[in-house]
Structure formats: structure tokens, C-alpha cells
Design a protein around this ligand. Sequence first.
Ligand code: FES
Length: 464
Amino acid sequence: MTEVLTQQAVREPQRIRGLEMPWNRVMGSAETPARAARALGPWHPQEFMAECVETIPEAGGLMTFVFRRGDGAPLAFRAGQYVNIAFPVNGDDEDPVDRSYSLSSSPTQPWTFSFSVKRDAAGAVSPWIHENVKPGTVLDMLGPVGAFHLPDADRRARYLLLAAGAGITPIMSMVRTIHSLPGQADVVVLYHGAEADGFAFQRELDHIASVDARIRVHYSLGDRGVPEGWQGLRGRLSAAMIDEVAPDANGRQVYACGPEGYLNTATELLKKVGVDDTSIYMEFFTGNRQTLLEYQQEIALASDIAEEIAEEIAESPEEYFESQPAAFGLYEPGYDEDGTLDATGLPLEAAGTEAAGPVAAADPGTPDPSGFTTVGTGSLTLSFLRTGVNVRIDPSEHILEVAQRAGVRIGANCKEGMCGSCKVVKLSGDVDMNHQGGIRAREIAAGKFLPCCSTAKTDLVIDA
Ligand code: FES
């Protein structure tokens, strides 16, 4: 009899209704809300130093880096958010290179946190991270950042989590968070990968799915060859596949992260199966060149034009990369004279603009914008010194949009003031900047700003 009861209890766990993040209760504590809030740390980006305490190799060429804050405080974040990290790729005397990485750990275990980096042999930063970041490495961070995260409370926590490739990172944080919390939830994870043994976190995901009846995990191998014995799904994301794993998709909140091509497809398919726009949350920005590279690969594979592209690049790198922004939409890749793709706008920083700072305008070698061609309409003027153009703008318009329309090349990813990739130096004038953590206080003091979330208050001279 005892055995029957025990089995029943295991089969049908009694849970509280819905899912609620633990900090809700702490913050809502009527007696000492202020103290509770301080203990948890503010819910807005802050600058802090953190020390690596562990590195864990993952499948698919990823490495997980576990960190703890140098000040001993927990890192308060929401599952799905990311941090901006400064990597001293060129040595301690040079400007560090910023990259953003989604947190893969759960905020319910806030004393350490982790992010995972996929090694891209052709990348400038990820190989350096894999080789140099070890236990004891201290890095400068800014975060948490990002609007892509689970809600703080959900009475009807029913989710469809879609991930492709390295896009599993924030989804992993969500799965770990839900698994660690009490409360009713119904979670379907659909994870696309390119190789049978390349699914990062697979052992942990399988374990969670085996002990937590609320969470189901499906793997799909896309269409790049399925080895014998493969038990998972086959093929790229399709409406039929969504229907198969989550026939009730239109009653779920959908969180998706992966390469841009994958997310664009997902958007279309989700509409097809009846998921309302307001229930779809996407993370287009995975924080490094990976997204852009994967998207390029998808295009090359799908249309079999890799050869053609290689020839075009060989003939004229400048012309080829000039033609990309429209095709790549969000990513607007920049390039340097070697034709190197870089979605972060780093070439602008690499040119030593920070050191020049606001005094650069006085440099005798600085071009005089009064001789530049002026384009556009508006009551104020943006002078782009390197591009050699004056662009008219109205005070209500965002600077990045107007600049890009006028042909000024500024790398940009999130376009919401979060990722820092559009950062440029303002040599004179005032802006109204509404950022969400994509820039540090000392960078603002050095004259930098984020044109994607800024409007002009006066005429501006910009080093771009
Ligand atoms: S594009 Fe991300 S901060 Fe401007």
C-alpha cells in the first residue's frame, strides 16, 4: 500500500499554480523591500569585475565559462538576458574588444553565472577566449542586459522554446530556471543542430526531461545528413514539425533564439500554425559573429552559391561587402580594407577613436565638414568626418537610421541600445541617448554614444 502511494506521488506531483520567480516574493516583502532589493542587486545593468572559476567543454565546439562576481555579490538577472564583456584581446595596453554573451546558467543559482562561446576559427575573439580565459581570469563586465527573458510570474506557464545551434544558450538558462522552480509549467523544447553529436548541453537536457515531467525536449538534425540510428527528428523547422511537438503551439508563449535565417523562418511558421505575434519573443542577437556566419552558411547551402560568393569576394571585396547590408537586414556588416566581416562596428574603435576623444576635432589633420556634400532634410546637421558627408536630421529621428539611409557605414545589431555594437565617437554637439546598458559610463565620458537609440539635440560632428 505504501509503495502504491509513493508511486502515485511521484507520478502526479502536487504543485502550486503557475510559475513565479523567487525574487518576486523577496522584493515584495512588505517589511523590508528596500533591503531585499539591495540584497538581490538592482535590476538594471551595472559594471562589475568577475573572475572565471571553471571552464567546461561542451559539444558542438562550445565552451562554457563559469564566473563569479569580484565583489562577492550575486548576479541578479532574468533567464534569457546577456552580459557585455570586455576582452583584452590585443593586450592590456590596447582597448579591449566588447562582445555580448547570453547567460546559460539559471538566475536561481546566482552566486556563479555562466556563458558559452562557440569557437569560430576565423573569428577574432572566440579563439582568443577559448585559449586565454581560464580559472583566475578577471574580466570587466556590464549587465545584465536584454528584453528577451521569461516573465517574473506566469499563471499559465506554457512555453515552446525554439533553439538552433549556439542559440541554445539563453534557452538553456530558461530550462534550468523552470526546472529549479516549483509551480505548474508545460515546456516543449525544439532544438535544431547540424550534427548528431553536436548538441550542447544534451546530457543535462535529457536528464532534466527524464526527471521533470513538465519539460519535453526534441532534437532535430536539419537536412545535413542523418546518421544511422538517429532517434530524433529530421529536417529543418517546419509547420508540420511544430505541430508534431506542440500541437497546441498557439496557446503557448514562444521563445526562439538562433541564426537570423532560422528566426525569420520561425516567425513565418509560427504565424502559420496560429501563434499570435504578441506571444513570440526572439533573440536575434547572439552576441558574436556566430549569428552572421551561420546565416551566411545557410544562404550558401540553400542556394548553392558558395562558389559564386568566393569568386565575387576574390574579385572585389569592397564591392561584395557593400552589397550585403540589404540582404543581411539586421546585421549591416562592416568591413575593413582587408574585407574582413565584422558585425560589431569594431573597425571604428580599432582606429583609435577613443584615444583621440573630443579633442580630435582640433587636430589639424581633421577634415573640415563645411566642404562635405549635404544630403537629406531636417533642421539639424550630422557631420560624418570619415565618410565625408553631412546628413540633415530632425530632432525626433534616430541617428543610426538616418545615417545608414545616407550611406554611412555603422555596424549595428540590436538597434535598441543594448548590445553596444553601433558605438561611435561624438566630437561635438549634444545627443539625447536612451540606452539599455549598451554603453559604459566611462565610454560616455570619453565622448562615445550609441546612435541607434540617440536623437540629436544640436548639430553634431561624428567620427564615423
Ligand atoms: S545597435 Fe545595439 S546598441 Fe546600437
